[in-house]
Design a protein. Structure first.
Length: 267
């Protein structure tokens, strides 16, 4: 089989491990850097979309138009970049997703929160998920005003801050396989920390919830950021298409198998 990688970084640990497994089994791995690349005239049998830039999405759409499978699809990847659409889809499907308000600008955000003051701290994020986007906790009118004074001209979403122990549960899925890690929240003042956790250490319903997220968003490789809102009650605060899944035994094997299952041999 020929497996294509749409990525600017084929040396990412997960992709490098997958490449080693596939080539070791006699398959061929081809890399497309989305910066300036065009859909090849002789495409691979399947592509893994490990990039979320506009150029990467456009390239994936070109490849899909030729009948070649792309994992994840360009449509599912794009939908998860829009945090407003993400929240709407999740809540419509009955997932325990954090209620999310959208504002067209920092100024509109300030006016909206002034009209309806939050009961406590809020988390402000860039509406469109990307590398280096905004994710910040704001406590009170003073911090909100300071944020707005320096905010870039872009739309934002706001979620009420959910009291928690300061840890995020990072759950990842690759096809039917679920992996988990505990990470210090980027909103926590404590030092970073954490590491892989066995699924048996999670509330029993959480792996099932992760798979439900994949069904709702049409994703095969994805991450779900979950906060324990008390007593094992999950609160989803973000969903990411094809995140960097590191230090998870079995993840490269799961992704290699997934790619081969989706491949459609070219005649």
């Amino acid at each position: 089989m020929r497996v294509g990688l749409i990525t600017p970084d084929p040396r990412h640990p997960l992709l490098a491990a997958v490449t080693s497994l596939l080539t070791g089994a006699g398959h061929r791995v081809e890399v497309l850097d989305p910066a300036g690349a065009q859909a090849p005239a002789d495409p691979a049998d399947v592509y893994l979309l490990k990039a979320r830039t506009p150029q990467a999405l456009a390239l994936a759409r070109q490849i899909e138009a030729g009948g070649v499978p792309v994992v994840n699809t360009s449509a599912a990847t794009a939908r998860c970049q829009d945090r407003t659409a993400m929240a709407e889809d999740a809540l419509r499907a009955g997932l325990p997703f954090a209620p999310t308000r959208t504002y067209a600008s920092g100024g509109e955000l300030a006016r909206g929160l002034a009209l309806t003051p939050p009961a406590g701290a809020v988390v402000v994020k860039s509406r469109y998920s990307r590398k280096g986007d905004v994710v910040v906790r704001l406590d009170g009118a003073g911090q909100i005003a300071e944020f707005v004074a320096r905010a870039a001209a872009e739309p934002y979403v706001v979620q009420d801050f959910a009291p928690n122990p300061g840890w995020d549960h990072k759950l990842w899925a690759i096809g039917p396989h679920v992996f988990a890690a505990l990470r210090r929240s980027e909103l926590s003042p404590a030092a970073p920390g954490g590491g892989p956790v066995p699924l048996t250490a999670l509330p029993p319903s959480w792996p099932t919830l992760v798979r439900a997220v994949g069904d709702v968003f049409g994703l095969d490789v994805y991450g779900v950021d979950v906060i324990d809102a008390g007593g094992g009650r999950p609160l989803i605060v973000d969903v990411n298409a094809f995140p960097g899944i590191r230090h998870q035994p079995g993840a490269p094997e799961a992704l290699s198998s997934l790619a081969l299952r989706h491949a459609v041999p070219r005649s």
